[in-house]
Design a protein around this ligand. Structure first.
Ligand code: SF4
Ligand code: SF4
Length: 220
C-alpha cells in the first residue's frame, strides 16, 4: 500500500489561482485507506473549493487511478465534465497523479492533492508500517524476515553499528536496533550461520531509477 497525506487546503488552492473549473479524482484503494483521497475526502475538498468560488465540474474515485485502463474509463465516462474543466486535482499518490496526467488527452492542468510518503503494510491495529524499501535484491531469506535496509536507519548489511545501546537504536532510542532483532530471530530459528560471513556490498545498479518491468506476453 502507498501511504499518502493530503496537502494543506491552502497549498491546493494556491495551485488553482488561475483556475475556476476543477474536476477531482480520488483513489478507491490506498488513499481511501489512508483517508487522504476516499469519498469523504473528495466531497470535503469539493465543498471547500466551492466555498472559495470554484466550480467543481465533477469527481471520480476509480479503484486504482494508477492503472491506465481505469483512468481511461474515468476519462470516457466523464468526458463532458472534463471538457468543461481547466484542472484536475488528484487525491492519490504520485503514481495516481502521474497516471491521470499520462491518460489525459485534454491536456488539463493536473494538480497533486496529496504528498506520497512511503510503501507500507497495514498491521492488525490499522497502523501503517514501512518494512520494505524496494531495493531490487531481497535478502529477507538471510535476515530472518526483517529488512535491515528499511528497519535500520543506516541500512547496514553486516550487523549493527557502534551506536547500538542495550538493544536500542542510536538514531531512535525508542526503537529496537534492527540488527539485534535480526540476531534474536536467527538465533531462535537456529540460523545464525546466515550472518557468519560478510554480505557483499549491494548491487546498486538494481536501484537505478526509473525502474521499469515489462511483462512478457504469453503466446495464445
Ligand atoms: S531486502 Fe528489504 S528493501 Fe530489499 S526487497 Fe527485501 S524487504 Fe525490500
Ligand atoms: S543502532 Fe542498529 S538500527 Fe540503529 S543505526 Fe545502528 S545498526 Fe542501525
Amino acid at each position: 500500500m502507498i501511504i499518502t497525506k493530503q496537502k494543506k487546503f491552502e497549498d491546493i488552492l494556491n495551485n488553482l489561482k488561475e483556475v475556476s473549473r476543477v474536476f477531482i479524482v480520488g483513489c478507491g484503494e490506498c488513499a481511501t485507506t489512508c483517508k487522504s483521497g476516499g469519498e469523504a475526502e473528495v466531497l470535503e475538498l469539493k465543498k471547500q473549493l466551492e466555498q472559495q468560488g470554484k466550480n467543481v465540474t465533477g469527481f471520480a474515485i476509480p479503484k486504482a487511478p494508477c492503472v491506465a485502463a481505469q483512468m481511461k474509463t474515468v476519462f470516457a465516462q466523464n468526458r463532458s465534465a472534463l471538457k468543461n474543466s481547466q484542472a484536475i486535482v488528484v487525491l492519490a499518490c504520485g503514481l495516481g497523479t502521474q497516471s491521470v496526467k499520462a491518460n489525459d488527452r485534454l491536456e488539463l492542468f493536473v494538480v497533486p492533492g496529496c504528498d506520497t510518503l512511503f510503501g507500507a503494510v497495514v498491521d492488525a491495529e490499522g497502523n501503517f508500517k514501512e518494512v520494505c524499501s524496494a531495493c531490487g535484491e531481497c535478502i529477507l531469506d538471510l535476515t530472518g524476515g526483517i529488512c535491515p535496509i528499511t528497519c535500520c536507519p543506516k541500512g547496514l548489511l553486516n550487523g549493527p553499528c557502534g551506536g547500538v545501546n542495550k538493544g536500542k537504536c542510536e538514531v531512535d532510542k525508542e526503537r529496537d536496533c534492527a540488527w539485534v532483532l535480526i540476531y534474536k530471530e536467527l538465533e531462535k530459528k537456529g540460523k545464525l550461520s546466515n550472518i557468519r560471513s560478510p554480505h557483499p556490498a549491494k548491487d546498486y545498479s538494481k536501484t537505478v531509477k526509473p525502474h521499469k518491468l515489462i511483462l512478457e506476453k504469453k503466446n495464445a
